[in-house]
Design a protein around this ligand. Structure first.
Ligand code: ADE
Length: 240
């Protein structure tokens, strides 16, 4: 997979080269390009924003500079363009799974009050464009949202996680939150690891894990339980 990010703060994306993602890049599983939007400005001030038509607070990012930058970065190869914005569709685990199958993702990080809408509208004629939000809160710009989304996507790529079962058993993969996990020692500050996890009874362990996942999801995210398809719950699940 090839990932490009266009931003006015390339340094913000440095963590993409750390740890798991850094190793994925070194191993050649992911190619990453981070581009400074100001490289496509032509004035001495390297201005990327202007006041909004219709008035109001804040500044809007200019379409010309974004157009030149995206023409250069997108090139002729097909790519999905992603524009992080609090006004976007929610980014979810399903989004991460769908994007993990793409050859190329190009992220356009807006700042201020966002990017002139014509940039998204113009590229929608050329290929898939997604305006996405990572949650119902407002960040200063799209850079941190890109860190979140790239991490969620790249860990799903084959060969990136040491144990691919981890991705299959993630929270959300079966529509439920993952239950609690324990490691040694058996007893710590008067708190014990549940006996069943040390029983060696794999069926009982699976049932216990499923029950804890259901319990936690019911308590913390009842909306997820409501959204499960009817055949997702077995008979024993119905207690929750
Ligand atoms: N930019 C600012 N806030 C954002 C959010 N919640 N999600 C994605 N991009 C953003």
């Amino acid at each position: 997979m090839r990932i490009d990010v266009v931003t006015i703060f390339p340094g913000y994306l440095a963590p993409l080269r750390e740890a798991l993602l850094g190793r994925a890049i070194e191993a050649g599983l992911v190619e990453l390009g981070v581009h400074d939007l100001r490289d496509w400005t032509h004035d001495v001030h390297q201005a990327v924003d202007d006041s909004p038509y219709g008035g109001g607070p804040g500044m809007v990012m200019r379409p010309q500079v974004w157009g030149e930058a995206l023409d250069a970065v997108l090139g002729e190869e097909p790519a999905r363009l992603v524009v992080p914005t609090p006004a976007g569709r929610p980014f979810t685990q399903a989004t991460a799974q769908a994007w993990a199958a793409e050859e190329r993702l190009v992220f356009a990080c807006g700042r201020y009050e966002g990017i002139d809408q014509r940039v998204v509208d113009a590229y929608a004629d050329r290929g898939p464009v997604d305006e996405v939000s990572i949650g119902d809160y407002v960040l200063v710009g799209g850079e941190v949202a890109v860190l979140v989304m790239v991490e969620a996507v790249v860990r799903l790529l084959p060969g990136v996680l040491g144990n691919p079962v981890s991705a299959q058993e993630d929270s959300f993969s079966d529509g439920l939150l993952e239950g609690p996990a324990y490691t040694r020692p058996v007893s710590w500050r008067g708190l014990d690891v549940p006996d069943v996890l040390r029983s060696g009874n794999h069926a009982a362990i699976a049932r216990w894990r499923r029950d804890r996942a259901l319990e936690r999801t019911a308590a913390r995210r009842p909306d997820l339980l409501d959204a499960l398809p009817p055949d997702a719950l077995d008979r024993a699940d119905r207690a929750f």
